[in-house]
Design a protein around this ligand. Structure first.
Ligand SMILES: *Cc1c(COP(=O)(O)O)cnc(C)c1O
Length: 414
Protein backbone atom coordinates (compact mmCIF):
# COMPACT_ATOMS: atom_id res chain seq x y z
CA UNK A 1 0.00 0.00 0.00
CA UNK A 2 1.39 3.39 -0.88
CA UNK A 3 0.72 6.33 1.33
CA UNK A 4 0.73 9.81 -0.11
CA UNK A 5 3.17 11.84 1.96
CA UNK A 6 1.54 14.47 4.12
CA UNK A 7 2.88 17.91 3.30
CA UNK A 8 4.86 19.72 5.96
CA UNK A 9 2.60 21.65 8.34
CA UNK A 10 2.96 25.40 7.94
CA UNK A 11 1.26 27.65 10.47
CA UNK A 12 1.26 31.38 9.75
CA UNK A 13 2.20 34.03 12.23
CA UNK A 14 -0.96 35.86 13.31
CA UNK A 15 -1.51 39.01 15.28
CA UNK A 16 -2.54 37.10 18.42
CA UNK A 17 -4.78 39.80 19.87
CA UNK A 18 -7.02 37.53 21.91
CA UNK A 19 -7.38 36.53 25.57
CA UNK A 20 -4.54 34.02 25.07
CA UNK A 21 -2.22 32.59 23.99
CA UNK A 22 0.01 35.61 24.32
CA UNK A 23 2.77 36.39 21.90
CA UNK A 24 5.75 34.25 22.77
CA UNK A 25 8.86 36.33 23.28
CA UNK A 26 11.48 35.70 20.55
CA UNK A 27 14.08 35.16 23.29
CA UNK A 28 11.96 32.28 24.61
CA UNK A 29 11.74 30.64 21.18
CA UNK A 30 15.48 31.11 20.68
CA UNK A 31 16.29 29.32 23.94
CA UNK A 32 13.81 26.58 23.06
CA UNK A 33 15.50 25.97 19.72
CA UNK A 34 19.04 26.33 21.10
CA UNK A 35 18.67 23.73 23.84
CA UNK A 36 20.44 20.46 23.24
CA UNK A 37 18.63 17.19 23.76
CA UNK A 38 19.46 16.08 27.28
CA UNK A 39 17.49 13.70 29.44
CA UNK A 40 15.33 14.72 32.36
CA UNK A 41 17.95 13.72 34.95
CA UNK A 42 20.83 15.63 33.32
CA UNK A 43 22.49 17.98 35.81
CA UNK A 44 21.79 21.14 33.81
CA UNK A 45 18.14 20.25 33.28
CA UNK A 46 17.70 19.65 37.02
CA UNK A 47 19.60 22.84 37.81
CA UNK A 48 17.38 24.72 35.34
CA UNK A 49 14.27 23.39 37.08
CA UNK A 50 15.54 24.43 40.52
CA UNK A 51 16.33 27.91 39.15
CA UNK A 52 12.85 28.10 37.59
CA UNK A 53 11.38 27.25 41.00
CA UNK A 54 13.42 30.04 42.63
CA UNK A 55 12.39 32.53 39.93
CA UNK A 56 8.72 31.51 40.20
CA UNK A 57 8.77 32.39 43.91
CA UNK A 58 9.88 35.90 42.92
CA UNK A 59 7.35 36.21 40.08
CA UNK A 60 4.49 34.98 42.29
CA UNK A 61 5.65 36.85 45.38
CA UNK A 62 5.74 33.91 47.76
CA UNK A 63 7.76 32.02 50.31
CA UNK A 64 5.68 28.86 49.75
CA UNK A 65 8.07 25.93 49.43
CA UNK A 66 5.60 24.15 47.16
CA UNK A 67 5.95 26.53 44.22
CA UNK A 68 6.79 24.95 40.86
CA UNK A 69 5.50 24.26 37.34
CA UNK A 70 3.06 21.61 36.17
CA UNK A 71 3.84 20.31 32.69
CA UNK A 72 1.06 21.34 30.33
CA UNK A 73 -1.45 24.18 30.10
CA UNK A 74 -3.52 26.19 32.54
CA UNK A 75 -5.96 23.33 33.07
CA UNK A 76 -3.06 21.06 34.05
CA UNK A 77 -2.14 23.46 36.86
CA UNK A 78 -5.80 23.82 37.86
CA UNK A 79 -6.30 20.06 37.85
CA UNK A 80 -3.41 19.79 40.27
CA UNK A 81 -4.69 22.64 42.44
CA UNK A 82 -8.10 20.96 42.76
CA UNK A 83 -6.54 17.51 43.32
CA UNK A 84 -7.14 17.44 47.11
CA UNK A 85 -10.89 18.02 46.65
CA UNK A 86 -12.37 14.61 47.48
CA UNK A 87 -15.87 13.17 47.00
CA UNK A 88 -18.39 14.79 49.39
CA UNK A 89 -16.02 17.71 50.23
CA UNK A 90 -18.02 20.87 50.79
CA UNK A 91 -16.99 23.50 48.24
CA UNK A 92 -18.35 26.93 47.29
CA UNK A 93 -17.48 28.01 43.73
CA UNK A 94 -17.90 31.58 42.48
CA UNK A 95 -18.70 31.57 38.78
CA UNK A 96 -18.86 34.69 36.59
CA UNK A 97 -17.89 33.42 33.16
CA UNK A 98 -16.56 30.61 30.97
CA UNK A 99 -13.37 29.79 32.85
CA UNK A 100 -14.66 29.89 36.41
CA UNK A 101 -17.54 27.83 34.99
CA UNK A 102 -15.07 25.14 33.88
CA UNK A 103 -13.34 25.38 37.27
CA UNK A 104 -16.79 24.62 38.70
CA UNK A 105 -17.10 21.59 36.42
CA UNK A 106 -13.64 20.35 37.49
CA UNK A 107 -14.63 20.63 41.14
CA UNK A 108 -18.01 18.94 40.62
CA UNK A 109 -16.21 16.02 38.95
CA UNK A 110 -13.88 15.69 41.93
CA UNK A 111 -16.41 16.26 44.72
CA UNK A 112 -19.20 14.13 43.20
CA UNK A 113 -19.88 10.75 44.78
CA UNK A 114 -19.52 7.71 42.50
CA UNK A 115 -23.30 7.66 42.07
CA UNK A 116 -23.50 11.36 41.24
CA UNK A 117 -20.69 11.00 38.71
CA UNK A 118 -22.27 7.97 37.03
CA UNK A 119 -25.57 9.80 36.69
CA UNK A 120 -24.11 12.48 34.41
CA UNK A 121 -20.42 11.80 34.06
CA UNK A 122 -19.57 14.72 31.75
CA UNK A 123 -21.43 17.33 33.75
CA UNK A 124 -22.21 15.94 37.17
CA UNK A 125 -24.14 17.66 39.91
CA UNK A 126 -22.52 17.26 43.31
CA UNK A 127 -24.68 17.88 46.35
CA UNK A 128 -21.66 19.05 48.33
CA UNK A 129 -20.74 21.78 45.81
CA UNK A 130 -22.53 25.13 45.85
CA UNK A 131 -22.20 27.26 42.72
CA UNK A 132 -22.68 30.98 43.25
CA UNK A 133 -23.53 32.42 39.84
CA UNK A 134 -22.55 36.02 39.26
CA UNK A 135 -23.97 37.41 35.99
CA UNK A 136 -21.72 37.76 32.93
CA UNK A 137 -20.06 41.16 32.90
CA UNK A 138 -20.03 41.55 36.68
CA UNK A 139 -17.24 40.92 39.18
CA UNK A 140 -17.30 38.64 42.20
CA UNK A 141 -17.24 41.03 45.18
CA UNK A 142 -16.00 40.50 48.71
CA UNK A 143 -19.59 40.87 49.97
CA UNK A 144 -20.80 38.03 47.73
CA UNK A 145 -18.00 35.78 48.99
CA UNK A 146 -18.53 36.75 52.63
CA UNK A 147 -22.26 36.04 52.49
CA UNK A 148 -21.82 32.65 50.80
CA UNK A 149 -19.06 31.43 53.12
CA UNK A 150 -20.99 32.57 56.21
CA UNK A 151 -24.02 30.63 55.00
CA UNK A 152 -22.41 27.44 53.71
CA UNK A 153 -19.25 27.06 55.85
CA UNK A 154 -17.43 24.91 53.25
CA UNK A 155 -14.01 23.30 53.47
CA UNK A 156 -12.86 24.88 50.17
CA UNK A 157 -13.84 27.98 48.19
CA UNK A 158 -12.66 28.79 44.68
CA UNK A 159 -12.74 31.77 42.35
CA UNK A 160 -11.00 33.02 39.20
CA UNK A 161 -8.79 36.00 40.03
CA UNK A 162 -9.51 37.49 36.59
CA UNK A 163 -12.38 35.88 34.65
CA UNK A 164 -11.13 35.90 31.06
CA UNK A 165 -14.51 34.91 29.62
CA UNK A 166 -16.10 38.24 30.48
CA UNK A 167 -12.93 40.22 31.19
CA UNK A 168 -13.71 40.89 34.84
CA UNK A 169 -11.32 41.38 37.76
CA UNK A 170 -12.68 39.69 40.88
CA UNK A 171 -12.08 40.87 44.45
CA UNK A 172 -9.17 38.76 45.60
CA UNK A 173 -8.70 40.77 48.79
CA UNK A 174 -12.31 40.27 49.85
CA UNK A 175 -12.12 36.59 48.87
CA UNK A 176 -9.01 36.04 50.97
CA UNK A 177 -10.42 37.93 53.96
CA UNK A 178 -13.67 35.96 53.93
CA UNK A 179 -11.76 32.67 53.64
CA UNK A 180 -9.62 33.61 56.63
CA UNK A 181 -12.61 34.73 58.70
CA UNK A 182 -14.57 31.51 58.12
CA UNK A 183 -11.51 29.24 58.17
CA UNK A 184 -12.09 28.11 54.58
CA UNK A 185 -9.21 27.10 52.33
CA UNK A 186 -9.29 29.38 49.30
CA UNK A 187 -8.19 28.19 45.86
CA UNK A 188 -7.60 30.71 43.06
CA UNK A 189 -7.44 30.37 39.28
CA UNK A 190 -4.77 32.96 38.50
CA UNK A 191 -4.34 31.82 34.89
CA UNK A 192 -4.88 35.23 33.33
CA UNK A 193 -3.54 37.49 36.09
CA UNK A 194 -0.04 36.12 36.75
CA UNK A 195 2.56 38.18 34.90
CA UNK A 196 0.00 40.86 34.04
CA UNK A 197 -1.14 42.20 37.42
CA UNK A 198 1.20 43.48 40.12
CA UNK A 199 0.42 41.29 43.14
CA UNK A 200 2.16 38.99 45.60
CA UNK A 201 0.24 35.87 46.47
CA UNK A 202 1.55 35.92 50.05
CA UNK A 203 -0.52 39.08 50.61
CA UNK A 204 -3.65 36.85 50.52
CA UNK A 205 -3.34 34.48 53.48
CA UNK A 206 -6.85 33.05 53.02
CA UNK A 207 -5.77 31.56 49.70
CA UNK A 208 -3.94 28.22 50.02
CA UNK A 209 -3.67 27.13 46.40
CA UNK A 210 -2.84 29.10 43.25
CA UNK A 211 -2.65 27.91 39.66
CA UNK A 212 -1.66 29.79 36.52
CA UNK A 213 -0.54 28.98 32.97
CA UNK A 214 2.47 29.36 30.68
CA UNK A 215 0.77 31.01 27.72
CA UNK A 216 -0.74 34.27 28.98
CA UNK A 217 1.16 36.73 31.20
CA UNK A 218 4.30 34.56 31.22
CA UNK A 219 4.51 34.58 27.38
CA UNK A 220 5.78 31.02 27.18
CA UNK A 221 3.40 29.12 24.88
CA UNK A 222 5.87 26.42 23.65
CA UNK A 223 4.02 23.92 25.77
CA UNK A 224 5.83 24.40 29.04
CA UNK A 225 4.74 24.79 32.64
CA UNK A 226 1.70 26.00 34.53
CA UNK A 227 2.95 27.78 37.67
CA UNK A 228 1.36 26.58 40.92
CA UNK A 229 1.92 27.44 44.57
CA UNK A 230 0.56 25.79 47.72
CA UNK A 231 0.79 26.74 51.39
CA UNK A 232 2.06 24.32 54.03
CA UNK A 233 -1.48 23.97 55.31
CA UNK A 234 -2.71 22.85 51.89
CA UNK A 235 0.10 20.30 51.69
CA UNK A 236 -0.67 18.98 55.21
CA UNK A 237 -4.33 18.63 54.29
CA UNK A 238 -3.43 16.81 51.09
CA UNK A 239 -1.06 14.51 52.94
CA UNK A 240 -3.86 13.64 55.37
CA UNK A 241 -6.62 12.92 52.83
CA UNK A 242 -4.63 11.96 49.73
CA UNK A 243 -5.71 12.40 46.14
CA UNK A 244 -6.34 9.92 43.35
CA UNK A 245 -3.75 11.09 40.84
CA UNK A 246 -0.09 10.31 40.42
CA UNK A 247 0.63 12.67 37.55
CA UNK A 248 -0.93 15.79 39.09
CA UNK A 249 -0.08 14.99 42.70
CA UNK A 250 1.23 18.23 44.23
CA UNK A 251 3.63 16.47 46.61
CA UNK A 252 4.88 13.90 44.11
CA UNK A 253 5.33 16.25 41.15
CA UNK A 254 7.18 18.75 43.40
CA UNK A 255 9.93 16.18 43.85
CA UNK A 256 11.26 16.69 40.33
CA UNK A 257 11.61 20.41 41.12
CA UNK A 258 13.78 19.67 44.14
CA UNK A 259 11.09 19.84 46.85
CA UNK A 260 11.19 16.72 49.02
CA UNK A 261 9.55 16.24 52.43
CA UNK A 262 8.60 19.89 52.46
CA UNK A 263 12.15 21.11 51.94
CA UNK A 264 14.25 22.42 49.09
CA UNK A 265 16.93 19.97 48.04
CA UNK A 266 19.74 20.58 45.59
CA UNK A 267 18.50 18.15 42.92
CA UNK A 268 15.13 16.79 41.98
CA UNK A 269 14.18 13.14 41.66
CA UNK A 270 12.22 11.50 38.86
CA UNK A 271 8.52 12.19 38.51
CA UNK A 272 8.15 12.22 34.72
CA UNK A 273 10.22 12.92 31.63
CA UNK A 274 10.69 16.66 31.45
CA UNK A 275 11.85 18.25 28.21
CA UNK A 276 15.14 20.12 28.13
CA UNK A 277 13.59 22.35 25.45
CA UNK A 278 10.62 23.21 27.65
CA UNK A 279 12.80 23.84 30.71
CA UNK A 280 15.05 26.18 28.69
CA UNK A 281 12.09 28.11 27.27
CA UNK A 282 10.35 28.46 30.64
CA UNK A 283 13.62 29.50 32.30
CA UNK A 284 14.09 32.28 29.74
CA UNK A 285 10.48 33.45 30.09
CA UNK A 286 10.92 33.78 33.86
CA UNK A 287 14.24 35.58 33.41
CA UNK A 288 12.45 38.12 31.19
CA UNK A 289 9.64 38.60 33.77
CA UNK A 290 12.20 39.33 36.47
CA UNK A 291 14.36 41.57 34.27
CA UNK A 292 11.40 43.68 33.17
CA UNK A 293 9.78 43.39 36.62
CA UNK A 294 6.16 42.50 37.17
CA UNK A 295 5.48 46.05 38.40
CA UNK A 296 6.69 47.58 35.13
CA UNK A 297 4.72 45.11 33.05
CA UNK A 298 1.57 45.71 35.06
CA UNK A 299 1.93 49.47 34.54
CA UNK A 300 2.44 48.94 30.78
CA UNK A 301 -0.68 46.78 30.52
CA UNK A 302 -2.78 49.38 32.32
CA UNK A 303 -1.41 52.15 30.12
CA UNK A 304 -1.95 50.39 26.78
CA UNK A 305 -5.33 48.98 27.77
CA UNK A 306 -6.61 52.48 28.41
CA UNK A 307 -5.35 53.65 24.99
CA UNK A 308 -7.11 50.76 23.23
CA UNK A 309 -10.24 51.28 25.30
CA UNK A 310 -10.38 54.99 24.43
CA UNK A 311 -9.92 54.21 20.73
CA UNK A 312 -12.70 51.59 20.50
CA UNK A 313 -15.02 53.81 22.57
CA UNK A 314 -14.35 56.57 20.06
CA UNK A 315 -15.64 54.10 17.42
CA UNK A 316 -18.87 53.81 19.39
CA UNK A 317 -18.17 50.46 21.08
CA UNK A 318 -19.25 49.82 24.66
CA UNK A 319 -16.52 48.24 26.81
CA UNK A 320 -17.82 46.06 29.68
CA UNK A 321 -14.53 44.60 30.97
CA UNK A 322 -12.06 45.89 33.57
CA UNK A 323 -9.07 43.60 32.93
CA UNK A 324 -5.77 45.27 31.96
CA UNK A 325 -4.83 42.64 29.34
CA UNK A 326 -8.21 42.27 27.64
CA UNK A 327 -11.06 44.40 26.35
CA UNK A 328 -14.55 42.91 26.07
CA UNK A 329 -16.97 45.04 24.07
CA UNK A 330 -20.32 45.40 22.35
CA UNK A 331 -20.28 46.78 18.81
CA UNK A 332 -21.87 50.15 18.03
CA UNK A 333 -25.67 50.09 17.79
CA UNK A 334 -25.82 49.75 13.98
CA UNK A 335 -23.72 46.55 14.12
CA UNK A 336 -25.26 45.10 17.31
CA UNK A 337 -25.75 41.36 17.02
CA UNK A 338 -23.02 40.98 14.36
CA UNK A 339 -20.18 40.41 16.86
CA UNK A 340 -19.49 36.83 15.74
CA UNK A 341 -19.46 37.85 12.07
CA UNK A 342 -16.98 40.63 12.77
CA UNK A 343 -14.69 38.33 14.75
CA UNK A 344 -14.72 35.74 11.96
CA UNK A 345 -13.99 38.44 9.40
CA UNK A 346 -10.92 39.53 11.41
CA UNK A 347 -9.75 35.98 12.05
CA UNK A 348 -9.90 35.18 8.32
CA UNK A 349 -7.20 37.83 7.92
CA UNK A 350 -5.00 36.41 10.69
CA UNK A 351 -6.05 39.18 13.05
CA UNK A 352 -6.73 36.84 15.94
CA UNK A 353 -9.40 38.48 18.09
CA UNK A 354 -12.07 36.39 19.84
CA UNK A 355 -15.77 36.27 20.65
CA UNK A 356 -16.96 35.44 24.17
CA UNK A 357 -17.40 31.68 24.55
CA UNK A 358 -20.66 31.88 26.47
CA UNK A 359 -23.70 34.14 26.05
CA UNK A 360 -24.00 37.05 25.41
CA UNK A 361 -21.80 37.19 22.30
CA UNK A 362 -19.28 40.01 22.67
CA UNK A 363 -15.92 40.81 21.07
CA UNK A 364 -12.69 40.21 23.00
CA UNK A 365 -9.44 41.96 22.06
CA UNK A 366 -6.32 41.11 24.06
CA UNK A 367 -2.91 42.75 24.27
CA UNK A 368 -0.73 40.01 25.79
CA UNK A 369 2.89 40.96 25.10
CA UNK A 370 1.73 43.55 22.54
CA UNK A 371 2.79 46.49 24.67
CA UNK A 372 3.88 49.15 22.19
CA UNK A 373 2.10 52.16 20.74
CA UNK A 374 2.76 50.76 17.24
CA UNK A 375 1.04 47.43 17.91
CA UNK A 376 -1.92 48.98 19.69
CA UNK A 377 -2.31 51.39 16.76
CA UNK A 378 -2.15 48.42 14.35
CA UNK A 379 -4.89 46.64 16.33
CA UNK A 380 -7.06 49.77 16.30
CA UNK A 381 -6.52 50.23 12.56
CA UNK A 382 -7.43 46.63 11.72
CA UNK A 383 -10.43 46.65 14.03
CA UNK A 384 -11.68 49.93 12.56
CA UNK A 385 -11.28 48.53 9.04
CA UNK A 386 -13.34 45.48 10.01
CA UNK A 387 -16.13 47.72 11.28
CA UNK A 388 -16.12 49.56 7.95
CA UNK A 389 -16.00 46.28 6.01
CA UNK A 390 -19.24 45.31 7.75
CA UNK A 391 -20.82 48.61 6.73
CA UNK A 392 -20.28 50.49 9.99
CA UNK A 393 -18.94 54.00 10.25
CA UNK A 394 -17.21 56.23 12.79
CA UNK A 395 -15.27 59.45 13.03
CA UNK A 396 -11.62 58.59 12.35
CA UNK A 397 -10.38 61.91 13.73
CA UNK A 398 -11.95 61.08 17.11
CA UNK A 399 -10.15 57.70 17.13
CA UNK A 400 -6.84 59.30 16.15
CA UNK A 401 -7.31 61.90 18.87
CA UNK A 402 -8.01 59.22 21.47
CA UNK A 403 -4.79 57.39 20.60
CA UNK A 404 -2.79 60.60 20.35
CA UNK A 405 -4.18 61.69 23.70
CA UNK A 406 -2.55 58.67 25.29
CA UNK A 407 0.61 58.26 23.33
CA UNK A 408 1.61 61.88 22.75
CA UNK A 409 1.12 62.60 26.42
CA UNK A 410 3.45 59.71 27.26
CA UNK A 411 6.10 60.96 24.82
CA UNK A 412 5.77 64.48 26.25
CA UNK A 413 6.28 63.12 29.76
CA UNK A 414 9.53 61.36 28.82
C1 LIG B 1 -7.02 30.59 29.71
C2 LIG B 1 -7.65 30.27 31.01
C3 LIG B 1 -7.76 28.95 31.48
C4 LIG B 1 -7.33 27.76 30.64
O1 LIG B 1 -5.95 27.76 30.35
P1 LIG B 1 -5.36 26.75 29.23
O2 LIG B 1 -3.94 27.21 29.09
O3 LIG B 1 -6.19 26.93 28.00
O4 LIG B 1 -5.44 25.37 29.76
C5 LIG B 1 -8.31 28.75 32.73
N1 LIG B 1 -8.72 29.77 33.51
C6 LIG B 1 -8.62 31.06 33.10
C7 LIG B 1 -9.09 32.16 34.00
C8 LIG B 1 -8.09 31.35 31.84
O5 LIG B 1 -8.00 32.63 31.43
Amino acid sequence: MTVTPFPQLDIPNTLAAGPGPGNTDSRVLARYAASGVADHMHGDVLRGMVECKDMLRIVMGTKNTHTFGVAGTGWSGLDMMFAPVMPRDKVVMFVNGTFSGIDGLTVRMKAATAEELAENSLNPTAASVTLIDVPHGQSVTGEIVEAALAEHKPKWAAMAHWETGSGRVNDIEGFSAACEKHDVMGLVDAVSSLGVGDFSIDDYPGVHGWASCPQKGINCLPLTYAPVSFTDRYIEELRATGTRTFCHHPILEARHWGIIDGKDVEKGTYHRTHSAYAVSAFHEALRICIEETIAKRAADYTFHESALRAAVEAMGCEVTSNMPSLIVLNLPGALAGREMELVQHCRAQNFGIWPTLSEPVQVRIGILNLLTAATITDIVTRFGQAIRDLGGDFDQTAVDAALAGHYDRAVAAE
